[in-house]
Design a protein around this ligand. Structure first.
Ligand SMILES: CC(C)(COP(=O)(O)OP(=O)(O)OC[C@H]1O[C@@H](n2cnc3c(N)ncnc32)[C@H](O)[C@@H]1OP(=O)(O)O)[C@@H](O)C(=O)NCCC(=O)NCCS
Length: 302
């Protein structure tokens, strides 16, 4: 199935019409990626390897995106972490725009133009050794507005979702609803993911996106190995039919009954659930009921 052949919901169509997909991965990985996930062609000039200086603007852009997405959560990615864990061995997929298509406010958030004397007419002067320096005229620089970073696991077909970020946090009136969802969905198709592992916090604002894409089997509920111990780790089994259906206007999540409601801030309940998992019980997170605090809808896997 290709997106073009389907009736795609207006929110996703707008992203596809106004943004360009990109990928970053070492070139030896490229033949194993789908460079046209669901028919959405990643243009040749937007296929990057972080080993080349050509990627420097987009890589710098990822770190600015990370700073406003994860900085407040104290989980900023050092440059070497993104290179060693994502850009080189795995992949980064997302959508972006040319700098001239962004508002001045958004350009400031991405530090685009910092090293320019004249925004409109003059190409950026190359300053050797500077992380900011670029030979691309400022207005043409490609600015990544979203990213899904994934790391391949040793298990065939399995990938670990390392980072999901969306510039909707700073786009204001130009926000693109659905950007985070479409980025993760097409990123999974690009990497041909069959099993998606991940780790996220019980109070994360991203839960609805992950739960749109599938139910999450809990692998841990309490994870002191992580920076934030009230992190859960999960497995999402990729269902291609569901990924296609999600893109249609009016798609609704399947109605599933829960057998437990858990307050996302209840540390005792989180630890008790974790003890059950370690004892061999299997539970799925099927939905979140937003509130103060959020309530997690869980069900046992027989
Ligand atoms: C979390 C984050 C990625 C969301 O990005 P976004 O572009 O705003 O995401 P979307 O627009 O796709 O989704 C936003 C909401 O719209 C909903 N949505 C998506 N597609 C939809 C559709 N077709 N119809 C109705 N609602 C839809 C999503 O379920 C989500 O619901 P919520 O408000 O209950 O959470 C972004 O805020 C971010 O970068 N946050 C900081 C970093 C972070 O926490 N990342 C996740 C770590 S695991």
């Amino acid at each position: 199935m290709t997106i073009a052949a389907k009736d795609v919901a207006a929110r996703y169509r707008k992203i596809l019409d106004t943004c360009t997909p990109y990928v970053i991965s070492y070139t030896a990985n490229w033949p194993y990626l789908d460079m046209a996930p669901m028919g959405v062609e990643i243009p040749v000039e937007r296929r990057y390897t972080a080993t080349s200086l050509e990627s420097r603007d987009v890589v710098n852009g990822l770190h600015h995106l990370d700073s406003f997405a994860f900085g407040p959560q104290e989980m900023l990615m050092p440059r070497w972490v993104l290179f060693d864990c994502g850009e080189f061995p795995g992949m980064v997929f997302g959508f972006g725009k040319r700098a001239s298509e962004l508002s001045p406010e958004v350009r400031v958030r991405y530090h685009v133009g910092d090293d320019d004397l004249d925004w409109d007419s003059r190409a950026t002067r190359h300053r050797a050794g500077s992380k900011r320096a670029s030979s691309v005229p400022t207005r043409d620089r490609f600015v990544p507005l979203s990213m899904w970073v994934a790391i391949p696991c040793v298990e065939p077909g399995a990938w670990f979702g390392h980072n999901l970020s969306s510039a909707n946090l700073v786009l204001g009136d130009d926000a693109l609803p659905g950007l985070g969802t479409l980025t993760k969905l097409l990123g999974m198709k690009c990497a041909k993911v069959r099993k998606q592992y991940g780790a996220t916090q019980w109070d994360s604002t991203s839960l609805s996106i992950h739960l749109t894409l599938g139910e999450l089997e809990l692998l841990s509920a309490y994870t002191p190995a992580h920076t934030h111990e009230e992190t859960f780790s999960y497995l999402l089994e990729v269902d291609d039919a569901r990924l296609e259906a999600i893109l249609s206007e009016g798609w609704q999540k399947p109605a599933l009954d829960h057998d437990r409601l858990m307050n996302a801030e209840d540390s005792d309940a989180i630890r008790a659930l974790h003890r059950e998992l370690e004892a061999g019980a299997r539970h799925q997170l099927i939905d979140v009921i937003r509130g103060e605090p959020n309530q997690m809808r869980l069900r046992k896997i027989p």
